[in-house]
Design a protein around this ligand. Structure first.
Ligand SMILES: Nc1ncnc2c1ncn2[C@@H]1O[C@H](COP(=O)(O)OP(=O)(O)OP(=O)(O)O)[C@@H](O)[C@H]1O
Length: 355
């Protein structure tokens, strides 16, 4: 692009931004306040941020706003809180959870153990979770953030990709400097393959520059004692740029669950649900081979809808008879009906009986 055209585009961009800012100053203040809220709650109230860091600050999630936990046996950050509510949210991934604790949580929370005792114990600066969709990669990342209490920056590629020349690089720089100011921190990039994919000749110049900037700043972490980790998740590890893969030496395969894992996931998903005494949990786990955790969730959700659907259908069909005075309605809690409801909520116990 010729320099005159570039200057013209830049002038237009800043003018548009100025106009938009002046049209909605209240909205801008609202956004600013919201951005700072998560950081304030993390104990970074007085932090001075530039506009790029502020944009990234919008992506910070406070651990208290994450509702996914590892199993309750142990919590590095708040053992008491965990003990009071020991339920697990992730089923069948215990060995991976233990390894993630060792390689991510301990280095973030106890850096001295990893820097002074041995040069072999360097904390990893990049970790990759890979495997088929719906098997719990995002859940694991969120639970890691919750348990470690680290600043969790859930960055979407769209936040960093700005087509204006140089802006993406500044946003990437803002990402790393915010992570440094608020450490310990985890930079989480879901679908990292779409953001940092293998470089090709057809890449936009801005994308290439942004990737290079990302890698340079990431390398800066390797030598420093910063407690910052880049955590990526993907279904397509082969599409990731090999230079990026090299920076993620710790890799965890999150595969489709096997029989035991499915049994654990199903038990977990149905733990608060009223089930008939002969509910065939084992057969269900056997028959659901090839299903991901997300498929199992959907299966349970569908099952829960069956009694609701049946009730609604009979209610609609009976409306006409009711109008003609041929039907009497009793709403009560019959045992026989409860038995048929393998899965039921308190709101759906009412039934309609014909005369
Ligand atoms: N091991 C598991 N234990 C409990 N629930 C699970 C498990 N795996 C998946 N789920 C359920 O599936 C949903 C989707 O999981 P998640 O988003 O973590 O998958 P993912 O591997 O990140 O998928 P994608 O690659 O499509 O982003 C979760 O919200 C949860 O309800």
């Amino acid at each position: 692009m010729c320099p005159a055209k570039r200057t013209c585009k830049a002038a237009l961009y800043y003018t548009m931004r100025w106009v938009l800012d002046s049209v909605s100053p209240d909205k801008k203040e609202d956004v600013k306040a919201k951005q700072l809220e998560a950081l304030k709650r993390l104990g970074h109230a007085g932090l001075k941020l530039d506009e790029y860091e502020r944009t990234v600050a919008n992506e910070v999630i406070h651990p208290d706003d994450i509702h996914v936990r590892f199993n309750g046996a142990y919590s590095a950050l708040s053992p008491n809180r965990q003990a009071a509510n020991p339920a697990a949210d992730i089923g069948g991934l215990d060995p991976i959870i233990s390894s993630l604790r060792e390689s991510i949580i301990y280095p973030l929370l106890y850096p001295n153990l990893f820097t002074s005792s041995s040069s072999l114990l360097g904390a990893p600066k990049g970790v990759l979770l890979f495997g088929p969709p719906g098997c719990g990669k995002t859940m694991l990342a969120k639970a890691l953030a919750k348990e470690s209490g680290a600043t969790f920056i859930n960055i979407a590629a769209s936040v960093l990709t700005n087509k204006w020349y140089g802006e993406s690089n500044k946003l990437v720089a803002g990402l790393f400097s915010l992570a440094r100011k608020t450490q310990p921190s985890i930079i989480f990039i879901d679908e990292i393959d779409s953001f940092l994919r293998e470089r090709t000749k057809g890449d936009h110049e801005v994308t290439g520059m942004m990737k290079a900037e990302f890698m340079t700043l990431w390398d800066g972490l390797l030598s420093a004692s910063d407690r910052i980790l880049v955590l990526g998740a993907t279904n397509r590890p082969n599409d990731i740029d090999s230079a990026i893969l090299r920076r993620m030496p710790k890799r965890f395969a999150i595969q489709l669950p096997n029989f035991e894992q499915r049994l654990k996931i199903l038990s977990l998903m149905l733990k608060d649900t009223k089930l008939s005494s002969d509910f065939p949990m084992t057969s269900l786990a056997e028959l659901s081979e090839g299903h991901s955790g997300s498929d199992l969730k959907e299966m349970c959700r569908n099952a829960a809808m069956v009694p609701v659907r049946e009730y609604m259908r009979s209610a609609v069909e009976n409306q006409e008879l009711l109008a003609k005075g041929q039907l009497e309605v009793f709403i009560f809690f019959p045992n026989s009906f409860e038995k048929r409801m393998l899965i039921c909520g308190d709101n759906y116990r009412a039934s309609i009986y014909g005369r």
